[in-house]
Design a protein around this ligand. Structure first.
Ligand code: C2G
Length: 130
């Protein structure tokens, strides 16, 4: 059986998130998702997520294509997570293209095209009217 792993913040969950998760799941038999810790998100994006890590984790865990979730505490731990969860394939959106090629020694690395014209930042701006 083939285990696929992907990572993300999945804040203000939207259809772009759903599509990448569905397409990741289709590449194997089991999908594991690492959801960024609040602290990691703050350091990566310079803002606190709208929804807490527990809320984001609960939403992702409830999705039909998702078999297992965990909190991604640090970008530096990616190799450990790949080993721990027995990943055969690492999937990321192509905003991360090339960034995880170093893991090709232990798994396949696949970058999927992002869903156009939707992002958490754009949603926050739309809702807040800025
Ligand atoms: N995504 C997408 N289409 C969009 C928006 C996002 O395909 N319109 C994908 C991203 O490419 C990513 C996933 O959805 O694969 C999650 O996106 P984010 O929540 O923005 O994740 P990010 O903060 O980039 O976290 O270890 C890596 C990180 O934790 C990734």
């Amino acid at each position: 059986s083939r285990t696929v792993i992907t990572f993300g913040t999945f804040d203000v969950f939207h259809v772009g998130h759903l599509r990448v998760i569905e397409r990741a799941a289709a590449l194997g038999d089991r999908l594991v998702v690492g959801v960024s810790a609040d602290a990691l998100n703050l350091s990566k994006k310079g803002r606190e997520p709208v929804f807490s890590q527990d809320e984001r984790l609960a939403i992702v865990a409830a999705l039909k294509p998702v078999d297992e979730v965990f909190v991604e505490e640090s970008l530096e731990l990616k190799r450990d997570y790949l080993v721990k969860y027995g990943a055969d394939v690492l999937v990321m959106g192509d905003d991360w293209a090339g960034r995880f090629d170093e893991f090709r020694d232990i798994c396949e690395v696949v970058y999927l095209a992002r869903t156009p014209a939707i992002s958490t930042t754009a949603l926050i701006e739309k809702i807040s009217g800025t």
